[in-house]
Design a protein around this ligand. Structure first.
Ligand code: GAL
Length: 437
């Protein structure tokens, strides 16, 4: 990237390199993080006994991360009962449908999880389901602590609409360390798609599926496609497919789809029956070598005590790019418990809660002033990349394109998994773009 990234974080190399945890000074200690001062609380939550939080964080690492946010909220809001309204399903397709039903019936929870960008705008802001939170940003002095690129994505029509809690990297290839070393395979951040397919041939010859896929989660295949597309286009033109400046009929899109088909030469035979975390289990167990997934997988591995079995590298051909999957929470219009909802957002935006949440979730804090001294090796790698790479949005996780376009791609992917027909899939992309305009 020629210009300095608006996502450049302030995690300095030195800070990232430091391993000693910061000394906790007094106060409550929860999950290894101290809460010396209650987060500036909105107003006493008199009469508001509950807080209902809606998300899709139900898998091992996701639930552990959410629990850290709940603990941080409770530290400042004791006595409030938290209702966890999570709806299972990777990347939130089930949850988003259930939420739409509630929102259209005027029955919002007190806050829900969303991705900034296209999803936030089209699903929630444009229909009028949220309340802008510019005043809260001013009150909490958040404008100076979130990277400018993140602020831009949460600002819709000039108003701030989301509190980012963590930043995931979507273009990560996790692998079973033993399997790679047994088969003499080495990877590095500048490896290419050709390098991957060479490794896949070696693994296939050794009787090991190269790629673990959980295609029961459609998003996992969409994400595999977007990572492959990024490798074919590079970050500048990858960004331009979402604006129509690069057409879906481009030859490099064809290359990406051909490569997408090629993964299926050496994939786990039960992929249609597995979700993303089931595919991750195959890698932890050494039944498959690689899986291309966002780094919530690192949270999953940690929660299952399997983190030492895996290594990580960027998806082949995408070194220097960071597919950002940013999680945040909204302020609903008509929140049943508005004071608690505000306090929840204050918790989510706090340094303490983000620091506690991130290692469980596999993310890095969204705040660029978070204490990086306690980051694990994975987080140090991701934070360094976030600070210097070209940061690009994700289709599979809502930021890059409209929900309508995303849903057309999901449908086309479901057919592609069955027929691996390159031309039909590419035509579906061209049509989806035309329909979305
Ligand atoms: C993403 C979300 C992540 C993770 C993932 C898998 O959309 O941003 O936090 O939960 O789905 O469910």
């Amino acid at each position: 990237m020629s210009s300095r990234s608006p996502f450049t974080s302030r995690y300095s190399r030195r800070q990232i390199a430091k391993t000693a945890a910061a000394a906790a000074v007094g106060g409550v200690v929860l999950g290894g993080v101290s809460f010396p001062h209650a987060f500036a609380q909105a107003t006493p939550a008199a009469g508001e006994a509950e807080l209902e939080i809606f998300s899709w964080w139900t898998t091992a690492g996701e639930a552990a991360g959410l629990e850290e946010l709940f603990k941080a909220f409770t530290a400042s809001n004791p006595g409030v009962k938290i209702v966890n309204a999570a709806v299972a399903g990777g990347a939130g397709s089930n949850a988003q449908a259930a939420l739409q039903t509630r929102l259209s019936a005027n029955q919002p929870p007190d806050s829900w999880q969303s991705h900034p960008g296209a999803e936030l705008k089209a699903r929630y802001v444009d229909p009028g389901y949220t309340v802008a939170i510019d005043d809260l940003y001013t009150e909490q002095d958040w404008d100076s602590v979130f990277p400018e690129g993140v602020i831009n994505l949460i600002t819709i029509d000039g108003q701030k609409q989301l509190v980012p809690v963590g930043v995931h990297r979507g273009n990560v290839m996790f692998y079973n360390k033993d399997l790679l070393s047994k088969n003499g395979i080495e990877v590095s951040d500048d490896w290419t798609m050709d390098d991957y397919f060479k490794a896949a041939d070696t693994l296939k010859a050794a009787g090991v599926p190269a790629l673990a896929l959980g295609s029961k989660d459609t998003f996992a295949v969409v994400q595999l496609f977007e990572n492959t597309l990024l490798a074919a286009l590079g970050p500048d033109d990858f960004t331009k497919v979402w604006t129509g400046e690069v057409g879906w009929d481009d030859d490099r899109v064809t290359t990406a789809i051909e490569n997408l088909a090629k993964y299926f030469d050496s994939v786990n035979s039960d992929h249609a029956a597995l979700t993303w975390d089931g595919a991750a289990d195959e890698v932890y167990a050494g039944k498959a070598a690689f899986t291309s997934m966002g780094d919530w997988l690192y949270g999953d591995a940690t929660a299952k005590g399997k983190q030492d079995s895996i290594g990580w590298v960027n998806h082949p051909g995408t070194g220097g790019s960071f597919v950002a999957v940013i999680d945040g929470f909204t302020m609903p219009k008509g929140a049943p418990h508005p004071v608690n909802a505000k306090n929840w957002l204050i918790t989510c935006g706090s340094k303490e809660a983000q620091t506690a949440f991130a290692p469980h979730k596999g993310a890095i804090p969204a705040r660029s002033d978070a204490d990086a001294s306690g980051f694990n090796d994975y987080m140090k790698w991701s934070a360094a990349a976030f600070g210097k790479d070209a940061v690009v949005p994700s289709l599979a996780h809502g930021s890059a394109a409209s929900p309508q376009f995303q849903s057309s791609v999901n449908d086309a992917i479901v057919s592609f998994i069955v027929d691996l027909d390159v031309e039909t899939f590419q035509q579906a992309l061209v049509d989806a773009q035309a329909d979305a305009q």
